[in-house]
Ligand binder design. Structure first.
Ligand SMILES: NC(=O)c1ccc[n+]([C@@H]2O[C@H](COP(=O)([O-])OP(=O)(O)OC[C@H]3O[C@@H](n4cnc5c(N)ncnc54)[C@H](OP(=O)(O)O)[C@@H]3O)[C@@H](O)[C@H]2O)c1
Length: 329
């Protein structure tokens, strides 16, 4: 552990920013140095609550602060690219909330900004960094269930319909695919690589966003992913990885996973307890600091080209559904 604190800034002080700020408290060598909101009062209240000394009423001021090492971008999806690029061009390391951007073009521009400025950039796919997911990667690499053939995953939750909310408002990048389908696609990508064939169906609701969808991906060597996501129904929220010699079941892959169930053909089913520390948002912050301190500009656990590929897959699905966002027209 370094003796110097790694200094964080947060842009966009809504719901997830509160979770991330809480998560930082369990990272011994991290400090929440600065926070920025579009309004000074909100920045002051958030800074007070989470102990950030610097409180800005504009995102630009935080991006220009020389005392900030990395910025966590916690604005709605359509602002991720612009807010990330603002910070990258100021030489800050950036951790951008999921989905990485709204579309692949924005993802490319964001990655280009990171590379042009030689600074760190990572999508905040927080679930990838839990001990459970590290164990999944280890078991799959060791062929504990033989050759992985099928990934099944779903993420649906019942949100109250509010046309103005981030989830239902097309101008804020609403819809199940970008908000929660992104988790399922990210898991499939992590385990199966790039899709060779992408098929999906969706129900587009009255606010013009996908309220539910079903996705089928065919990946290398005939491996398949069956995924679904929704914002008007509570689905089981599970993932099952099926191989030629067994299965791994992750009962709660998206919300603070702490166990998995391993079934090897012909053997007793085992439950592996893999507890997490903090509130779970701490792991991705540790990854950023470790990478930046090691002089890396990206994470091997959540590489930039993979975030881009996931956005390309979402573009392909939305194209099949005729779903475009106002900022794309
Ligand atoms: N990793 C996770 O578990 C997780 C969970 C939830 C959400 N997320 C992601 O985090 C991002 C933010 O989600 P959230 O639930 O925290 O949203 P939220 O509560 O609405 O907060 C978003 C914040 O962004 C800022 N903002 C800037 N422009 C805005 C605009 N035009 N309209 C509304 N807000 C605007 C606001 O902060 P200021 O007023 O301070 O400027 C707002 O408080 C999303 O991309 C989402 O996918 C991740």
């Amino acid at each position: 552990m370094s003796t110097t604190k790694f200094r964080w800034g947060i842009i966009g002080l809504g719901s997830i920013a509160n979770q991330f700020a809480t998560g930082l408290q369990s990272v011994p060598d991290a400090e929440l140095t600065a926070v920025a909101s579009r309004t000074q009062d909100k920045a002051d209240a958030f800074g007070e609550k989470h102990g950030a000394a610097k409180r800005y009423g504009s995102y630009q001021e935080l991006a220009a602060d020389p005392d900030v090492d990395a910025v966590y971008i916690a604005t709605p999806h359509p602002m991720h690219a612009e807010d990330s690029i603002l910070c990258l061009e100021s030489g800050k390391a950036v951790l951008t909330e999921k989905p990485f951007t709204v579309n692949a073009a924005q993802a490319r521009a964001t990655i280009e900004a990171a590379r042009a400025n030689n600074v760190f950039l990572m999508e905040a796919m927080w679930t990838r960094f839990f001990p459970v997911m590290a164990k999944v990667r280890e078991l799959i690499a060791a062929e504990a269930i033989g050759d992985l053939r099928i990934v099944q995953a779903d993420f649906g939750f019942r949100a109250g319909v509010n046309p103005e909310s981030r989830l239902f408002n097309a101008a804020l990048g609403g819809g199940a695919l970008l908000d929660v389908g992104s988790y399922c696609l990210s898991l499939a990508s992590m385990l199966l690589g790039a899709p060779e064939q992408i098929t999906g169906v969706a129900e587009i609701g009255e606010t013009g966003i996908d309220e539910q969808n079903g996705i089928l991906l065919r990946c290398a060597e005939g491996r398949i992913a069956l995924l679904s996501s929704a914002v008007r129904t509570n689905t089981p929220q599970e993932a099952t990885l099926i191989g030629t010699a067994g299965r791994i079941h992750i009962p709660s892959p998206w919300w603070k996973p702490s166990k998995l169930v391993l079934t090897r053909d012909g053997q007793e089913t085992e439950t592996l307890d893999l507890p997490y520390t903090g509130n779970g948002y701490n792991y991705q912050a540790v990854e950023v600091a470790e990478c930046v301190r090691a002089g890396k500009t990206e994470s091997s656990v959540m590489p930039q080209d993979e975030s881009l590929r996931i956005m390309e897959t979402m573009d392909a699905l939305r194209s099949q559904w005729g779903l475009t966002y106002p900022m794309e027209r």
